[in-house]
Design a protein around this ligand. Sequence first.
Ligand code: AKG
Length: 279
Amino acid sequence: MQLSKKQINSYNTFGYVVIKAPYLESLLRNALNTVEARLQPLGKKIIDTKGNHFRLQPQVTDSYWCALDHSLPFLQMELHHQVIELAKQIEGDTDIYFRNGGINELAPGRSFLWHRDSGDEYVEFMHYLSGSNKKNGCLRVVPGSHKGSIDKLANQVQDLRRDEWGTSTPDPHRADVELPDEVSLALGPDKLLIRSSKIFHSTWLNKSDGGRLMHHWLFRPSHIQDHRFNFSECLTKELIGKLTFDQRQVLWLDRKFKLSERWANEHEREGDKIKWGIS
Ligand SMILES: O=C(O)CCC(=O)C(=O)O
């Protein structure tokens, strides 16, 4: 699967494009069932210092990672053959590697505030597997904001917060201020969002009773040293045995590389305590 010229043009101009998700119903169902089986009972407080979980317990205190992020049902979506093709096309490299994926479980009463993920430009895939809308905290983006500096937008956010909230202090327990050019992306599980890492984005407040599930992941081209995991060490042999040749290839399982210093604190804290298996 390749993006058409029109879709590439949208991605380049606006910083994102929404396509039909290439997943079979059974793949999606399996992922949702796996989540369901892992949810902690409602009312049991999980320790979520990174603000990305609600009922899925992080594997280690202070970790971003729960037991499902690179488990088989989720890797099968992250490394779907059509997704790999799209990532190669957008990154312009046939030797990309998968850096990481993860599940964001937006808790009721929480939002993500306006931000840019990275100063580096790369493609991110986002799949709202439980479906998203304004009520449960769908994504908000400023089209075109992946280009150039975001200083102006960040200042605008500060000013609006001061005017409307009486303070510019970030508060993830409210929806961030409304920007004049923003667009809300309410996406069903049949859609896949492909976006630039540099697009300015936030979410609405999750006003529903349940956690809103979003699965996101990214690849990097071979010449950028940004490895976060050595997947040959943190995936079980059983799981690796279930992967296709193309999937193993983008995990760089048989290759030597250094983990990036950027994630040194995470490696020190979590080291070999983080593992993913069949489910
Ligand atoms: O959970 C979402 O919809 C957005 C999360 C987000 O802003 C991020 O992961 O950078």
